[in-house]
Design a protein around this ligand. Sequence first.
Ligand code: C2E
Ligand code: MG
Ligand code: MG
Ligand code: MG
Length: 291
Amino acid sequence: HEASHSGRRYRSYNRRSNEHSLYTVELLGELQSALDDGQLSLHYQPKVNLASDQVMGLEALLRWEHPVRGRIAPDQFIPSAERTGLIHSLTDRVLDLALADIARLRAEGLDMPVSVNISARNFLDPGFADRLLEKVRVSGLPPCALELEFTETALMADPDEVIRALRRLTEAGLELAIDDFGTGYSSLAYLKRMPVTTLKIDQAFVRQMLEHPVDEQITRASISLARDLGLKVVAEGAEDAATLARLRDYGCNAAQGYGIARPMPLEAIIAWAHDRGLVPGLCPETDERAA
Ligand code: C2E
Ligand code: MG
Ligand code: MG
Ligand code: MG
C-alpha cells in the first residue's frame, strides 16, 4: 500500500491504521532533512561476555535529534522509511557513521566488532552488498570490525537471493547475526542454510524470564539450539543481575541490556569500554580472513 499524496487518502488511512497517521507522514518528510542536516547519530550499547564480564562488541543504534520535536525513537520512523524506500539512503548513512566511529574506537585501542542493524528491504536492493563492501574497503578497516544484524523477515521475500547476498558478505569477512530470534516467521530450515555466526535472542523472551517460566524455557532452548549449531548466542534485554546470572548458568555466551548498560554516545562508550576491558583478540588490526 503506497501512500497517496492526496490529503483525503491520508485521512482515510488514518482511520484504519495509525501506521499512516499524519504524524508518520510528516516525520517521513522531515527525515530527508534530518539526513541532510546531520540530525542523525549513533549510540552504542555494549555486549558483554558472561564468562569474563568483558566487552565483546557494540551495537550501533540510530538516534534522531529533531530540532523541534526532540529525540525520536527508531521504532517511530524506521518502519515507514522501510515502506517508502528512504531506508536505502538511511542505511547508507548509518554505515558511514558507524565506519567513522569504528575508526575512532580502534584509534583508542578498542578493537572489537560493532554491529549495525540492516533492514529486510536493504537485502532486496541488488546493489546493497557491493556498496557495503566498497565502503568497508575504502575505510581500510578489517572486515571483522563490522557485524550486520538482520531479522528473519529479511528472508521472506526471496530467500535464495538473500542467502546469496549473505554468503558474499561473510566470505568477505563480515560477521552476521540474526536479530530478534524467535519473533519472526522463518523456519529452522533457513537457520541451517544461513551463513550466520551469531544468534540474538529477542528481549521479549529474556526481559521477564524470571517471572514467566515459558519465556525462560524458550530462552534456554534457544541457547542450546545456538550452541548445538556452533553459533555464538547473545541474550538481549537482560535488565538485572539475577537474569544475567541465570543466562550464565544456561551457557549463554553474551548479553546486552539495561542490566549492563544503556545505549550511550560514542565518547561515553569509549570510557565505559576502557573501564570494563575487552575480551582479548576479538578483531585484530590484521584480519587473517581478509588477507
Ligand atoms: P534491536 O536491534 O533489537 O535493538 C535493541 C533495542 O532494545 C534498542 O532499542 C535498545 O535500546 C533496546 N534495549 C536494549 N537493552 C534493553 C533492555 O534491557 N530493556 C529494554 N526494554 N530495551 C532494551 P532502540 O535503540 O529504540 O531500537 C529499536 C529498534 O529499532 C532496534 O531493535 C532495531 O530493530 C531498530 N533500529 C535501531 N537502529 C537502527 C538502524 O540504524 N537501522 C535499522 N534498520 N534499524 C535500527
Ligand atoms: Mg539489533
Ligand atoms: Mg533485537
Ligand atoms: Mg528489535
